[in-house]
Write a protein that binds this ligand. Structure first.
Ligand code: 3PG
Length: 410
């Protein structure tokens, strides 16, 4: 990151926007610290150059101001443990007298986490007054929050109006490099594996991927809208009926472009939805023969073999969304099998693998296969919007050389 490397950081106070929006359990313990770990290299670099680092982020979607369950205190504690530093959480993200006092007490190389930016309603409205207040605490701005780069909020976009320079951090740059590489100059053949419950959230990305990829492998709940659109009966499976014409059109577009759309040929079904992971009656059936009273909840074993065969010659694989109701142990196999196929392809064939989206990333993390993948994105919505070809406002707002990185998004 040229700009960040060149910036004179010694003694400067740097406001860094990270995506520290991590999952917490009922005891407010962090259940996955991927985003914290991913934010550390830039923070460590800033500290090593003698900067005072103010890290800010949102956590969750608080509706009515400050709430303990959305506090960044557990994040500050975790980051302190990981960086072996004493890291405090300020009571606010605005420049109150107390926060200003904490900042002026900092020494070079210190890190302070500012409290949840979404404790102010102005954050999501990109309120300039909130942005100006946060900016007044620092000398320059680094955006390293790829996961929130698709939001034009006070702490992602607004602050860049008040702090010069505003540059990207290492994580943001790395995410853009991988995803830009896959979108702009793909190493072919390339496959996209698109899963998840709802086809409505994935149509734009599938449409845009048709321009780039050789194969689209469909998994998860959205399979059944595709199967129904092909005239097959799907029992009690989830279907978005209003999208059947859209899916039919998508299939025609794919055919015209010579892109293969691959659906599973067998399905693991349950006689009811496994709410809360409870055990239900289970059977595997051919995808064209899902009986009434049963619903499709995961890929069957043949489907996994087909995915493996389809990926065998691929040099790039992008995966977003699970293959089934992965939170239920009975219906998680399809997702874990796909993670294994991709890991093997990366390791043995030297393919580039890019994993995005909360559930697929968590499956890869849980399976211990993460180190084998080329890139695991910290962005769910952000990576989808990027692959759809949308401008990411958090990136577009950055200065000079970083604009070149933003240009490809548009
Ligand atoms: C995410 O988890 O995708 C990012 O942190 C953005 O969160 P949001 O969808 O609440 O804006």
């Amino acid at each position: 990151v040229e700009d960040l490397g060149e910036a004179d950081l010694k003694g400067k106070t740097v406001l860094i926007r990270c995506d520290l929006n991590v999952p917490l359990n009922a005891d407010l313990e962090i259940t996955d610290d991927t985003r914290i770990t991913a934010s550390i290299p830039t923070i460590e670099y800033l500290c090593s150059k003698g900067a005072k680092v103010l890290a800010c982020s949102h956590l969750g979607r608080p509706k009515d101001g400050p709430e303990e369950k959305f506090s960044l205190k557990p994040v500050a504690k975790k980051m302190g443990e990981l960086m072996k530093k004493d890291i405090k959480c300020a009571p606010d993200c605005k420049a109150t007298d107390e926060v200003k006092g904490m900042v002026s007490a900092m020494s070079e190389g210190d890190v302070l986490i500012l409290e949840n930016t979404r404790f102010y309603k102005g954050e999501t409205k990109n309120d300039p007054e909130l942005a100006e207040s946060m900016a007044s605490l620092a000398d320059l701005f680094v955006n390293d929050a790829f996961g929130t780069a698709h939001r034009a909020h006070s702490s992602t976009e607004g602050v860049t109006k008040f702090l010069k320079p505003s540059v990207s951090g290492f994580l943001l740059k790395k995410e853009l490099d991988y995803l830009k590489g896959a979108v702009d100059s793909p190493v072919k053949p390339m496959a996209a594996i698109v899963g998840g419950a709802k086809v409505s959230t994935k149509i734009p990305v599938i449409e845009s991927m048709l321009e780039k990829v050789d194969k689209v492998i469909i998994g998860g709940g959205m399979v059944f809208t595709f199967l129904k659109a092909r005239g097959l009966s799907v029992g009690n499976s989830l279907v978005e009926d209003d999208l059947i014409p859209v899916v039919k059109k998508l299939e025609e577009q794919a055919k015209a472009k010579g892109v293969e759309i691959i659906l599973p040929s067998d399905i693991a079904c349950g006689d009811e939805f496994p709410a809360g992971g409870k055990e239900v009656n289970y059977k595997v059936v051919p995808a064209d023969d899902i009986p009434d009273g049963w619903l499709g909840l995961d890929n069957g074993p043949k489907a996994t073999e087909e995915i493996k065969a389809a990926l065998a010659d691929c040099k790039t694989v992008i995966w977003n969304g699970p293959m089934g109701v992965f939170e239920s142990p009975q219906f998680s196999k399809g997702t874990y099998d796909v993670a294994e196929c991709i890991a093997e392809l990366t390791e043995k064939n030297g393919a580039i693998s890019i994993i995005g989206g909360g559930d697929s990333v968590s499956a890869v993390n849980k399976s211990g296969l993460a180190p084998k993948m080329s890139h695991i994105s910290t962005g769910g919505g952000a990576s989808l919007e990027l692959l759809e070809g949308k401008v990411l406002p958090g990136v577009a707002a950055l200065d000079e050389k970083e604009m070149a990185a933003a240009a490809f998004c548009g």
